[in-house]
Design a protein around this ligand. Structure first.
Ligand code: NAD
Ligand code: ZN
Length: 356
C-alpha cells in the first residue's frame, strides 16, 4: 500500500529577495496522480545548505530564479511515488535517493550526449528554476536521482550531492597527478573541506589549505591538508604559497570560496603549466587574469560546474569507502535564516544539514 501523501507540507519559502524567508506549513505537495511520466515524489530525510542557496535567496547571480522559491539541492529521502506511464525507471518506490542541483536534463542534446548534462539547455535546477529540498517533499526525476550507498546515513550523504560531486569533478579535470600540489582557497567551507579530503585521499595530491580562523585551520589539517595559510593574516599570499610548495608554486588551484578576492593571485602562485579550477561563484564579478602571464606560464583556466550522474555516483562511492567524510552540524529547517547569516559571515565550518 502506498503511503498517505499529505496535501500540504512544511517548507522554507523565499517570497522575495529582500523579504524574510517564510517557514510555512501550507506549501502544496504535488500528489502522485499529478506527477508527469518520469517524475517522482521524494519524502526528504534531510538536506544540506550550500552557499548557492544563499546566492538564490539573495538573487545575486545573472541567472534569474523562480519566486516564490523553495531552495535546496543536497537532499536525501525515499521515493514515495512515481508518475504513471513512466517507462523503464532506473529507481523504484521505497528506494533512498539523493537530489542534486541538476534534477533533470533532456539526455538527448549534444551536451547531454557528451556527459555535460549540467549544460543542457533544458536543465532543471533544484532550488533555483524548480522548487528544491527545503521542504518535506520534493518532485524529482527518475533519470537523475542518485542512489545512496547503504553504508552512509542520509545526513552523512547529503552534501555529496552538491559540494562533494562538484569538487570531485573539478579535481578530476584539474590536470594534476599524484604528488602534485594544489591550493584550496575556501578550504574550511562546505565544498572546500570535502575538496581537501578528495585531493589528499583519493587523488594523492598535496594540499595547501587557504581560509581563515583557528577552527577551520584545525579541521583542514586534521582532514589531510599539509599546509595552512590564513588569508586574513598573510602579508603575501603568493610568497607564502611558493614557500609552502618548495619555491615553485602549486600545480593547481581549486577556488571554492564565494569571493572574488580568492581568485586574485592564482595566476601568480601557480607554477608554469598549472590549472586554475574556477568553482566558487562570487556574485557579479569578472575573472581578472593577466593575459601576458596566463600565456607565458601556459596556465589553464577551467570552469567546472557541479557534475553529471556518473560523477555523483563516483563521489558517493568514495565517501562510502570512508575516504571522505562530511563535517556537519545538524539543525532543523526553521534554522535556515540563521544558517545563511552564519554563512555570510564565514562562520560555518564544513556544512550544516537540516533535518526535516
Ligand atoms: P561556504 O560558505 O561553505 O565556504 C566558503 C569558504 O570560503 C568559507 O570557509 C570562507 O571563509 C572562505 N573564504 C571567503 N573568502 C576567502 C578568501 N578570500 N580566500 C580563501 N577563503 C575564503 O560556501 P560553499 O557552500 O562551499 O560554496 C562556495 C562557493 O562555491 C559558492 O559561491 C557556491 O555558490 C559555489 N558553488 C559552485 C558550484 C559549481 O558547480 N561550480 C557548486 C556548488 C557551489
Ligand atoms: Zn550547491
Amino acid at each position: 500500500m502506498s503511503p498517505q501523501i499529505p496535501k500540504t507540507q512544511k517548507a522554507a519559502v523565499v517570497v522575495g529577495h529582500d523579504l524574510p524567508i517564510q517557514v510555512r506549513n501550507d506549501y502544496p505537495v504535488k500528489q502522485p496522480e499529478e506527477l508527469a511520466p518520469g517524475e517522482c515524489l521524494v519524502k526528504l530525510h534531510c538536506t544540506g545548505v550550500c552557499h548557492t542557496d544563499l546566492h538564490a535567496r539573495k538573487g545575486d547571480w545573472p541567472l534569474p530564479c523562480k519566486i516564490p522559491l523553495v531552495g535546496g539541492h543536497e537532499g536525501v529521502g525515499d521515493i514515495v511515488a512515481i508518475g504513471a506511464h513512466t517507462v523503464d525507471s532506473p529507481v523504484k518506490i521505497g528506494e533512498r535517493v539523493g537530489i542534486k542541483w541538476l534534477v533533470d536534463s533532456c539526455l538527448q542534446c549534444e551536451q547531454c550526449r557528451k556527459g555535460l548534462e549540467q549544460c543542457c539547455s533544458k536543465a532543471k535546477l533544484s532550488g533555483y528554476t524548480v522548487d528544491g529540498t527545503f521542504s518535506e517533499y520534493v518532485v524529482s526525476y527518475v533519470n537523475h536521482v542518485t542512489p545512496i550507498p547503504e553504508s552512509l546515513n542520509s545526513q552523512e550523504a547529503a552534501s555529496f550531492l552538491c559540494a562533494g560531486v562538484t569538487v570531485y569533478r573539478a579535481l578530476k579535470y584539474s590536470n594534476t597527478k599524484p604528488g602534485d600540489w594544489i591550493v584550496l582557497p575556501g578550504a574550511g567551507g562546505g565544498l572546500g573541506h570535502l575538496a581537501v579530503q578528495y585531493a589528499a585521499h583519493a587523488f594523492g595530491l598535496r594540499v595547501v589549505a587557504v581560509d581563515t580562523g583557528a577552527e577551520k585551520k584545525e579541521l583542514v589539517l586534521k582532514l589531510g591538508a599539509e599546509k595552512w595559510i590564513d588569508f586574513r593574516e598573510t602579508k603575501d599570499l603568493v610568497k607564502d604559497i611558493q614557500a609552502a610548495t618548495g619555491g615553485e608554486g602549486s600545480h593547481a588551484a581549486l577556488v571554492a570560496a564565494a569571493s572574488s578576492a580568492a581568485y586574485e593571485q592564482a595566476i601568480e602562485y601557480l607554477r608554469p603549466g598549472g590549472s586554475l579550477m574556477v568553482v566558487g561563484l562570487p556574485a557579479d564579478t569578472q575573472l581578472n587574469a593577466s593575459i601576458f602571464w596566463t600565456v607565458v606560464k601556459a596556465i589553464n583556466i577551467i570552469g567546472s560546474y557541479v557534475g553529471n550522474r556518473q560523477d555523483a555516483r563516483e563521489a558517493l562511492e568514495i565517501a562510502a569507502l570512508g575516504k571522505v567524510k562530511c563535517h556537519l552540524a545538524i539543525q532543523p529547517l526553521s534554522a535556515l535564516s540563521d544558517v545563511y547569516e552564519g554563512m555570510e559571515e564565514g562562520k560555518i565550518v564544513g556544512r550544516v544539514v537540516l533535518n526535516m
